[in-house]
Design a binder for this molecule. Sequence first.
Ligand code: FE2
Length: 432
Amino acid sequence: MTKEYTYLSGWGGAWHSEALPNALPTGQNSPQQVPYGLYAEQLSGSAFTRARHQNLRSWLYRILPSVAHSEFTAYKHEGLTLPAQGLAQPKQMRWDPLPEPQAKCDFVDGLQTMLYNGNPLEQTGAAVHLFAANISMENRYFYNSDGELLILPYEGECEIFTEFGTLSLTPTEIAVIPRGVRFQVKLLSPLLKGYICENYGLPFNLPDLGPIGSNGLANPRDFLIPTAQFEEKRGDIVLINKSNNQLWQAKMTFSPLNVVAWHGNYAPYKYDLKRFNTINTVSFDHCDPSIFTVLTSPSALSGVANVDFVIFPERWMVAEHTFRPPYFHRNIMSEYMGLITGVYDAKAQGFLPGGGSLHNCMSAHGPDAQTYQQAIKDPLKPTKLTQTLAFMFETRSPWNPTPFALNTTALQKNYQDCWKDMTISFDRNWKG
Ligand SMILES: [Fe+2]
């Protein structure tokens, strides 16, 4: 660090500065190899999707990525620390898949909450649940007053019988059950496992496309709405409800799926993620991951989502002279990632279907050391990423892990180690 003070002038401009000549990459953000052996890292101070004049971000070219640190532990400070609101923390976390259920359990009993934020009473925030079911719901039906349910199976198949009709569901497909809609999950396989985003906020919608135009990402015609179907079932029926994060039950003598006809614009739907029209750079560098948004639940603040559902599907990688895996970054939104199938290109190992990772607001993250070392050397031919489908639930508020998520043996003890071998290849006499 030099002892002189130097300043850039101006307010809110596109400043740039370099402490060594030509340390800033020319004409791009994320070259495959940064001058002086530096690492490229983006720091985002606004949601990627905020309007241009409100969008805040800087690219930093540094000797080590910000994620090169040990695992966070608590630091006692009696003067500064306020009582915790939930259990959100800066520690990067990753979970293995949960063990399979030993006892018989249906979709409702097989739900396990991992993360939450916001508050269903205020209709803001979301929760992440995992589910595992080995029997169908028979005389049991469910509805959720706290939010809509975005259901993503990664193993098994099912049919979701709803008041509006039936949705079949298989991995790579998603179903969204609106708040309040009654439904029942029947298995078409011995085991059904998946992820759920419970959205307490405004309903999921398609993102605006801006300069992309009228086609691209998830196209409206690919969303499927069930046709009317009803059952005339009498018997001892139990209706289960979730309200204010409590579960309730009531008895019925006739099936709640007794809607013979319906019309309107509020209904369950499904979508096959293989239909997603993926858009990305065809020249160099990266678009921000918001380019992969399938559905967005807006918040009251324009351009800032309550929760975004984002996918990383099979796609061609063609960027020239670019570090191609997801870049090192710290950002204002909080990210839970899961994997439906295959391998995620930012991590060499340790991230499995049914597992998940959490990088909360401003927690540094990026590719692991092994992936990084490979990616700065790989020949940059057009390459197709196949056999992969990862996703992200990205939220405005940091995710709180539940006590279960913090105490399960599925929480990896050594996640931070994937960055411990970040090497310093900085050379101030670098000649290019
Ligand atoms: Fe990220």
